[in-house]
Design a protein. Sequence first.
Length: 66
Amino acid sequence: MTRLMDIDELADYLRLKKQTIYNWLHQAKISGIKVGGVWRFDRKEVDDWLNSRRRLSKDSRLQEKL
């Protein structure tokens, strides 16, 4: 079964303020599902989104080229 988090749980998970998450929703930077007027977030989708935004440091990129 899919693990859905509410806005408070997501804010705690990402260590962000709730307002930042609302801003990201408004800017379409993150997706969620509105159920009964309450935003819900699929933890796997959040983790996938985080992984897609991962960047390597400059030193790591240089070592990959060697």
